[in-house]
Design a protein around this ligand. Structure first.
Ligand code: AR6
Length: 181
């Protein structure tokens, strides 16, 4: 089973084989975390994104990481939902992003992955609900990835993700305790 951890920091500086960017459908770059990833990876990233895009919300696609520092070798471009109040399937689209990030990483044979808080910036998804979806989906999706790192950019995201992870592992312990009778 994958180890899931939470850190506060910059996604471009992680020591994982793959990193996720919160992209838009064009995969050609933007602001926020996507801007940081494109700046660090260099202009070839936008060309590679354009060559495989567009990408639907809820899906994810991989390119090389170009100028990002090793061990990062892959960028997974995940397109989150634009928050429109929560009644337009946004939660399911966000869960789908996290599932697809793991599937795509499995397809590349990479064993470590860092992910930002997809859709919680420009796309406006409420941070607490997004943290719950991120942790629940990553925990419940079968994967060959051994190390999953959630990268919070600010203190609020860090606190929310840490609390979700702690609550989820408490629930697991309660279940396994009661399972032992
Ligand atoms: N490392 C980790 N997380 C970061 C970084 C960083 N360097 N920079 C920002 N964040 P956003 P979205 C956090 O807006 O909401 C782009 O223009 C940030 O604090 O980057 O999915 C795309 O091209 C927030 O918690 O992504 C799309 O058009 C999280 O990353 C659109 O924004 C996501 O915020 C996607 O919007």
């Amino acid at each position: 089973m994958a180890v899931i951890e939470v850190v506060q920091g910059d996604i471009t500086l992680q020591d994982t084989e793959a990193v996720v960017t919160a992209a838009n459908e064009s995969l050609m770059g933007g602001g926020g975390v996507d801007g940081a990833v494109h700046r660090a990876a260099g202009p070839r990233l936008a060309d590679a994104g354009a060559a495989i895009g567009p990408c639907e919300p809820g899906d994810a696609m991989a390119t090389p990481a170009f100028d990002l520092d090793p061990p990062i070798r892959h960028v997974i471009h995940a397109v989150g939902p634009v928050w429109e109040g929560g009644e337009y399937g946004e939660a399911e689209v966000l869960a789908s992003c996290y599932r697809r990030c793991l599937e795509v990483t499995d397809g590349l044979g990479a064993r470590s992955l860092a992910l930002p808080a997809i859709a919680t910036g420009v796309y406006g998804f409420p941070a607490a609900q997004a943290a719950r979806i991120a942790v629940a989906t990553l925990r419940s999706t079968p994967t060959e990835v051994e190390r999953i790192r959630l990268v919070a950019f600010d203190q609020q995201a860090y606190d929310l993700l840490t609390a979700e992870l702690a609550a989820a592992s408490d629930r697991t312990h309660v279940q396994s305790d009661s399972g032992q009778g």
